[in-house]
Design a protein around this ligand. Structure first.
Ligand SMILES: Cc1cc2nc3c(=O)[nH]c(=O)nc-3n(C[C@H](O)[C@H](O)[C@H](O)COP(=O)(O)OP(=O)(O)OC[C@H]3O[C@@H](n4cnc5c(N)ncnc54)[C@H](O)[C@@H]3O)c2cc1C
Length: 357
């Protein structure tokens, strides 16, 4: 069962290769997702959402990823930024931003990888803030952010104070003086996602743009939904690959059938564990369990694409005949390197195991 309407599914299926290969449809993607009212999914009704459970948003990510990882990741970025605004104690900012974010009229770009990594002691924070009479001045760089739409966006980032004792999370509007969006990164795929680096040279913000004064308090509250929705990316990709593999194998006997069935069962189990765990709040209270599922997600999606390759055989290597296989191969690579990257997840797991020994 899919949560997307048929017209959106076919719109995405027809354009999946273009959305991956170039930026030609980058401006059309967000409005198309918005016209299906997707950004309200899993947002409380009191905040203007559809009041569905959080797993519904993960389900949307999975359904989109089944058609196009570019679409799924742009949805993720928009919905992740909405999550930041929902979790912020700055209610005036939320009231200002939420209606246009939920309607998809304002693009949301979470540039928080660097902050998430630095919180885990794996990186230096690249942005600094200085308090002044009017609020704050920001300097630095955000190396990666997706959904930086040409017509405007709001970026979320974390910045540290000069002596490194405090880190705050800010929303930065795209028209702020001193903020430069660089040209789209020269990516090997997902080129329709409006992904670029940003430079901040003396960006002045009022106190009313601060999402939270303490990143180390705020980021753990949004991380479960960030990571949970990322699991949807791999679930959708795995479903697409396994569907293609099954079609390629047909009804005859195959040495691959056992692996195919095992992976289908793993996809089912991952979705069950994830959706029930997110909706009950269990995974929010147990971050290591959620990170384990996130790691499993990459393993399952990578194995599914590998199985699709084996089922298709040489056809998989033929342009125009692979039915999207080559794109899915690149999409699987993205799952390994989006924060938390596989290397970061393994680091966290090794630390946790070390601590329990
Ligand atoms: C298409 C695309 C869109 C993106 N969009 C966004 C976005 O919207 N927002 C955003 O914030 N980011 C975004 N990113 C960035 C992404 O989330 C990751 O931050 C980035 O890809 C990870 O790069 P990294 O080199 O830091 O990887 P890492 O895996 O952190 O580092 C790579 C290297 O460092 C080593 N390493 C890692 N951890 C350790 C350790 N503990 N000790 C020793 N060595 C270690 C690894 O072994 C490896 O050699 C995007 C990336 C892509 C490709």
């Amino acid at each position: 069962m899919t949560m997307l309407d048929e017209s959106l599914t076919s719109w995405l299926q027809e354009r999946a290769e273009t959305l991956d290969a170039d930026a030609g449809l980058a401006g059309a993607l967000l409005p198309r997702l918005a016209s299906a009212q997707l950004f309200k999914t899993g947002v409380p009704a009191s905040a203007g959402g559809d009041g569905a459970s959080p797993s519904a948003a993960i389900g949307v990510v999975a359904d989109l990823a089944r058609c196009s990882m570019s679409a799924a990741f742009v949805f993720w970025a928009q919905r992740a930024l909405i999550e930041c605004v929902l979790a912020s104690p700055n209610r005036a900012l939320a009231q200002r931003l939420l209606p246009s974010l939920l309607a998809g009229e304002l693009a949301g770009a979470p540039g928080l990888s660097n902050a998430m990594k630095s919180m885990g002691g794996l990186d230096q924070l690249q942005t600094r803030f200085m308090p002044d009479a009017h609020g704050f001045t920001l300097h630095g760089r955000v190396s990666w952010a997706t959904n930086l739409q040409r017509q405007g966006f709001v970026l979320a980032l974390a910045a540290g104070n000069l002596d490194g004792t405090d880190t705050s999370v800010f929303a930065v509007p795209s028209d702020a003086d001193g903020l430069t969006r660089e040209p789209d990164l020269d990516l090997t795929g997902l080129r329709g996602t409006s992904t670029a680096a940003l430079h901040l040279a003396g960006v002045r913000l009022g106190e009313d743009w601060r999402l939270h004064p303490q990143a180390k308090v705020f980021l753990p509250t949004v991380r479960p939904m960030f990571v949970g929705m990322q699991c949807g990316l791999g679930l959708g990709l795995a479903r697409a690959s396994l569907h293609s593999a099954r079609a390629a194998l047909g009804d005859g006997p195959s040495v691959l059938l056992g692996e195919l069935e095992a992976l289908e069962a793993q996809v089912h189990d991952l979705w069950e564990a994830l959706s029930t765990g997110v909706d009950s709040g269990r995974l929010r209270e147990r971050p290591p369990e959620l990170l384990d599922l996130r790691l499993r997600m990459v393993e399952i999606a990578s194995a599914a694409v590998q199985l699709e390759l084996q089922a298709l055989g040489g056809r998989a290597y033929m342009r125009g005949e692979s039915g999207g296989f080559a794109r899915r191969w690149r999409e699987a690579a993205f799952l390994t390197i989006v924060t938390p990257t596989l290397a970061q997840l393994k680091t966290e797991r090794a630390r946790a195991q070390g601590a329990s020994r």
